[in-house]
Design a protein around this ligand. Structure first.
Ligand SMILES: Nc1ncnc2c1ncn2[C@@H]1O[C@H](COP(=O)(O)OP(=O)(O)OP(=O)(O)O)[C@@H](O)[C@H]1O
Ligand SMILES: [Mg+2]
Length: 259
């Protein structure tokens, strides 16, 4: 469904315009009807990868295809919903005005009922007549989520959907993702929080320093994690990471980050 082939992205930085690689030779298939969690530390290249998938920026090298169309082709985006990392909206507009604007902008032209439905699913219907610059972070996130699910797209790309949400918000957001999963949507979401991996994902991809260091089914990674926890002697990790899977991925990122 989504195919990244040998994708490298570099940015020109500094006075001399030196190349800085954000993503290096990344090949990854995102399968139809699956939930793929995309994990990695700050600066790993997750958002850069996501922006390339949704066609906001182009790869420097390599290519991305969505349902056979190049990611830069508008047809690749027709069935795709995107929740950006830090959504923000123009000042002064009410939630309902913003979502209606996006509905037209994205050429979805959703009916009033469909817009209300999206707002309800995202848990922000109650605040639709409030100006969005008065929203809390979680409310802003919810409005962005409502926009991303407008038109009931087949593919959903969420960049850090759970960041900045309180425990209740996190649970509600996860429930929304579960519901989308039940409806066989293809979901690709990034996160730092390893604990979110197991319950939401069919598959886990881990990026460190722009490189893909793991890309497997959760069941397979769990097996590896169990084996790893038997041989791991150091018990200094307590509190933050509890399950073998969390500890395994934590160690993996730490080790790969040093290389
Ligand atoms: N427009 C840009 N110009 C220069 N460097 C950039 C640009 N965008 C991203 N980078 C660099 O690319 C690297 C990857 O950034 P990216 O935002 O993709 O990381 P991330 O995995 O999403 O991190 P986080 O978890 O903090 O959101 C970083 O080193 C960042 O500084
Ligand atoms: Mg990011």
């Amino acid at each position: 469904m989504i195919e990244l082939k040998n994708v490298t992205k570099y940015f020109r930085v500094g006075f001399f315009g030196n190349k800085k690689n954000a993503v290096k030779d990344l090949s990854l298939n995102i399968e139809e009807g699956q939930v793929t969690g995309f994990f990695g530390p700050n600066g790993a290249g997750k958002s850069t990868t996501i922006k390339m998938i949704v066609g906001l920026i182009n790869p420097s090298v390599g290519g991305i295809k969505i349902n056979g169309y190049d990611a830069s082709d508008y047809r690749a985006r027709l069935k795709l919903g995107y929740l950006p990392e830090s959504p923000s909206f123009p000042r002064g507009l009410k939630g309902i005005e913003i979502i209606s604007y996006y509905s037209n902008l994205l050429n979805i032209r959703a009916s009033k009922d469909a817009i209300d439905e999206a707002l309800k699913s995202a848990g922000i219907f109650h605040a639709k007549n409030i100006q969005a610059h008065k929203y809390s972070k979680g409310m802003t996130q919810r409005l962005a989520l409502a926009i991303s699910i407008l038109g009931d797209p087949e593919i959903l790309i969420f960049d850090e959907p759970l960041s900045g949400l309180d425990p209740i918000g996190r649970k509600e957001f996860k429930d929304i993702i579960f519901k989308l999963k039940e409806r066989k949507k293809t979901i690709f979401f990034s996160s730092h929080v390893l604990a979110d991996s197991k319950e939401l994902c069919d598959r886990i991809a881990v990026l460190v320093n722009g490189r893909l260091i793991k890309n497997k089914d959760v069941a397979e990674i769990e097996k590896e994690a169990e084996a790893y926890s038997e041989e791991r002697k150091d018990n200094s990790l307590t509190g933050e990471y509890n399950t073998p899977l969390e500890i395994y991925l934590y160690d993996l990122m730490l080790k790969s980050g040093k290389n």
